[in-house]
Design a protein around this ligand. Structure first.
Ligand SMILES: CC(C)(COP(=O)(O)OP(=O)(O)OC[C@H]1O[C@@H](n2cnc3c(N)ncnc32)[C@H](O)[C@@H]1OP(=O)(O)O)[C@@H](O)C(=O)NCCC(=O)NCCS
Length: 137
């Protein structure tokens, strides 16, 4: 699974990233259906005293399994993990053009806090990045 405009990432690169996240106390979650990987999500915490209460989230669900509630379940699992770690702020970014994902996040309680103009490059075009966040207790 990969973001739009990205090439495939090798299994070794994924393994390295997951090991690094484990060492740092971050989390990676996967969703499986019939032995197949259908979803990936993760959260990375701030490194310093000043931002340890913040985690940055990412998620991707295989298109064939979208709109079955898997994404929402994974986001809530990340939220549970965040609470257990004392994280009080969840952040993410999403392309302005990704209306479906923006709606998904809004329904989960994320609010738009800003926009980074032309922050993402897809081929030869630039897209704005929308910054969203949710405070949890
Ligand atoms: C966006 C994404 C994570 C949502 O995961 P999902 O498992 O499909 O979402 P869920 O089934 O849990 O959806 C929960 C609700 O979110 C909203 N939603 C989800 N996907 C939506 C879409 N494409 N368009 C509009 N609303 C959407 C709906 O309200 C949905 O409830 P409903 O299906 O009962 O109407 C997933 O579709 C995905 O990975 N898309 C491609 C990659 C991506 O955009 N990742 C996020 C990048 S920041």
């Amino acid at each position: 699974m990969r973001g739009p405009g990205e090439g495939p990432r090798s299994a070794a690169a994924w393994r390295d990233a997951i090991e690094r996240h484990k060492r740092q106390g971050d989390i990676d979650l996967v969703a499986e259906a019939d032995g197949q990987l259908v979803g990936m999500s993760g959260a990375i915490r701030g490194e310093y005293a000043r931002n340890k209460h913040v985690a940055t989230l990412g998620i991707a669900i295989r298109q064939s399994h979208a709109r079955h509630g898997i994404g929402a379940a994974m986001m809530l699992a990340l939220e549970d993990w965040a609470r257990s770690q004392g994280v009080t702020r969840l952040e993410l970014s999403v392309m302005q053009s990704n209306k479906g994902a923006r709606r998904f996040y809004r329904r989960l309680g994320y609010r738009t806090e800003g926009r980074k103009r032309r922050a993402v490059k897809l081929g030869d075009s630039y897209v704005d990045e929308v910054m969203m966040a949710k405070q949890i207790s």
